[in-house]
Design a protein around this ligand. Structure first.
Ligand code: ADP
Ligand code: MG
Length: 234
């Protein structure tokens, strides 16, 4: 995927992103890491077009992320599943396909079932979110994002609300998606997953990109910030 970030800054009440620049052309799976509060969620939200930076420009696969056409090319998976609580896992997907993509009921159903199966949820499709585990609900929200057939899937700490066993189960399911031909931009605090899944890693601290490169940068940190971070997450 092609990622161009040009002089991006963002201020809420204080400056959260400080003049970020990034130019990547050949990676399929980019992981953003860093301590809490370093600006990872802000950056991934801006890259997905969910939020606008105070200044600067972001182009992904040659789309300005503010374009409506770009919104159809991406899917976003949040920290907690945000499924509609009163709808079954399947209906959570078919409803969106019918209302936002104009699919007929039968087609929407086939797409939903295909993607729920891909996430190993074929036996759970008629359950409400509250009647499945947190890991299953999170996998259903990944299935929902996939059902929109996006080119790029954004995931912002998809396992942060899960215990270690469910975390493993969700990350394993994400790893299995690698061969679907999708591109991924994700925030994770699980370094083993960043190493296994990402082909490029961006390390942020205090609103800046401090180090970046293939996952092997985690084995040979060059900056005080990444050295300290790796000591904490080990
Ligand atoms: P991370 O995802 O790395 O934990 P965030 O991007 O969520 O970091 O936050 C970076 C900084 O911006 C934090 O100091 C956070 O408190 C602040 N922040 C995030 N979202 C908002 C918001 N909507 N309004 C005000 N401040 C925010
Ligand atoms: Mg965050």
């Amino acid at each position: 995927m092609k990622i161009e970030i040009k002089n991006v800054s963002h201020t809420y009440d204080v400056e959260v992103l400080n003049n970020l620049n990034l130019n990547l052309t050949k990676y399929k799976s980019v992981a953003i890491i860093g301590v809490s509060g370093s600006g990872k969620s802000t950056l991934i939200r801006m890259m997905s077009g969910l939020e606008k930076p105070t200044s600067g420009e972001i182009l992904i696969n040659n789309y300005d992320v503010r374009d409506d056409a770009y919104k159809k090319k991406i899917g976003f998976v949040f920290q907690s599943h945000n499924l509609f609580p009163h709808l079954s896992l399947k209906r959570n997907i078919t409803l969106v396909l019918e209302k936002t993509r104009g699919f007929e009921k039968a087609e929407a159903e086939a797409i939903a079932l295909k993607n729920l199966s891909l996430l190993h949820l074929e036996d759970q499709v008629n359950k409400l979110p509250k009647n499945v585990s947190g890991g299953q609900a999170q996998r259903a929200s990944i299935a929902r994002a996939l059902s929109m057939d996006p080119d790029i899937i954004f995931l912002d700490e998809p396992t942060s609300s899960l215990d270690p066993i469910l975390t493993h189960e969700v990350l394993k399911a994400i790893e299995e998606l690698r061969d679907l031909g999708k591109e991924f931009i994700l925030v994770t605090h699980v370094m083993s997953f960043a190493r296994a899944f990402a082909d490029y890693v961006i390390f942020m601290s205090e609103g800046r990109i401090i180090e970046q490169g293939p996952p092997t940068i985690l084995d040979h940190p060059q900056t005080r910030e990444l050295i300290e971070f790796m000591e904490k997450v080990r």
